[in-house]
Design a protein around this ligand. Structure first.
Ligand code: HSE
Length: 403
């Protein structure tokens, strides 16, 4: 019999317990052992909960119980989770987590701690919700040099953008629905300002390129400045706006960024709507492989947590293959050196635009005021783009990405 502890009983924690007991018999067959959840760590009183006899407010109950072999951390944030996870690993318990902030900030260190104590640290649920991506990237695609990863990695913002594009809904109303559906982070600024996507692309990049990529070193923009006017202009060029995280190999260096971007309708990422995520991985042997599914929500995320629990429960030793090095960040190209085409909406006349940007593609939309001008530039680097924008009254701009 292997005993499990679940840290946190919010959306993902309660989903984890639900999926575990719903499929317990089948999970035990897969694990080749009897399994049970012995503890649920939760600070709130939950007197009416079905599993109230398992609740504890004291992490030491879990840490000091030798029966507990696997700990599932689904609290989120760093404040409590880092200490709990580190001490559980040091006590010889495997840990699985859905906590992307923790993995993005402390992944290299916690993987090392797990190896040193011959246990596992798994985090399939930290990227892409219910989509299998961590293990496929680490194992099934391991024959490849990964040249590129690009993805729609945040369900909340993709839901909001879909509502804006398809229904003309305003930003705040769409965010409220996403929160009610349990997609958004406790503080939704992590979603809409791009930090959640940034953490996820950092995890994928660390795994693919073997060196820890820290979120603080990555240029990150969210979707709060996108307007329905931008949506309309992009429509006029058969394109949509998506929040993209990308990591791209450029020789010995990598380019990594999170930004809202204009994507052509023919792209495999363009038709990914609502809470769905998609992750495109370009391997030197496979070419493009695309992973698609629900990127947030109680049961899809719980699915990934419970799968990790089963694999951790089955294993008597550290897998050792899930690994990346801690590292100086000198292999990350400063974003101002990167080049793109850009979409721009400005208060300007066409002549001024041509004088500053040279040849551009002008766009149109119904009902645009006389003073407004929208266009797409040629390839230009970020620093140069910023300098040129300083000479115009820019209302909005987006990178145009080819995926
Ligand atoms: N807030 C996240 C999202 C949850 O919307 O994608 C899943 O990581």
């Amino acid at each position: 019999m292997k005993k499990i502890a679940v840290l946190g009983y919010g959306v993902v924690g309660s989903g984890t317990v639900e999926v575990f007991y719903r499929n317990k018999a089948a999970l035990e067959k897969k694990a080749g052992d009897e399994l049970d959840i012995k503890y649920i760590l939760e600070v709130r009183d939950c007197p009416d909960e079905r599993y109230r006899d398992k609740f504890t407010k004291n992490f030491d109950d879990i840490l000091n119980d030798p029966e507990v072999k696997v700990v599932a951390e689904v609290i989120g944030g760093l404040k409590y989770s880092y200490g709990y996870v580190k001490s559980a690993l040091e006590a010889g318990k495997s840990v699985v987590t859905s906590n992307k902030e923790l993995v993005a900030a402390k992944g290299a260190e916690l993987l090392k701690t797990a190896r040193e104590h011959n246990v596992n640290f798994f985090f399939e649920a930290s990227v892409g919700g219910g989509i299998p991506i961590i293990r496929p990237l680490n194992q099934c695609l391991s024959a490849n040099e990964i040249d590129e990863i690009a993805g729609i990695l945040n369900g909340t913002t993709n839901f909001i953008l879909t509502k804006m594009i398809k229904e003309g809904m305003g930003f705040d109303e769409a965010l409220k629905i996403a929160q009610d559906l349990g997609y958004a982070e406790r503080d939704p600024s992590a979603d809409v300002e791009g930090h959640d996507t940034c953490r996820k692309i950092c995890i994928l990049a660390s795994l693919a390129f073997g060196k820890h990529v820290y979120p603080d070193n990555i240029h990150t923009e969210g979707i709060t400045k996108i307007t329905l006017e931008d949506v309309k202009y992009c429509e006029s060029m058969n394109s949509v706006i998506k929040l993209i995280g990308f990591a791209s190999r450029r020789g010995d260096e990598i380019a990594v960024m999170t930004c809202p971007a204009v994507i052509g309708e023919e792209s495999q990422l363009a038709g990914v709507n609502d809470v769905f995520n998609a992750i495109l991985v370009r391997g030197d042997a496979t070419g493009d492989v695309v992973f698609y599914g629900k990127g947030a929500g109680k049961l899809p995320t719980a699915s990934a947590v419970v799968s990790d629990i089963i694999i951790a429960a089955k294993s008597d030793h550290s897998s050792k293959t899930m690994h990346w090095e801690d590292s100086a960040q000198d292999f990350i190209i400063p974003y101002k050196k990167l080049s793109n085409r850009f979409y721009v909406r400005a208060n300007a006349d066409k002549k001024t635009v041509n004088d500053i940007f040279g040849e551009v593609r002008f766009l149109s939309r119904d009902g645009a005021p006389e003073s407004e001008c929208a266009f797409v530039t040629g390839e230009i680097n970020e620093a140069e783009f910023e300098e040129k924008c300083g000479r115009l009254n820019v209302l909005g701009s987006l990178r145009v990405l080819d995926y």
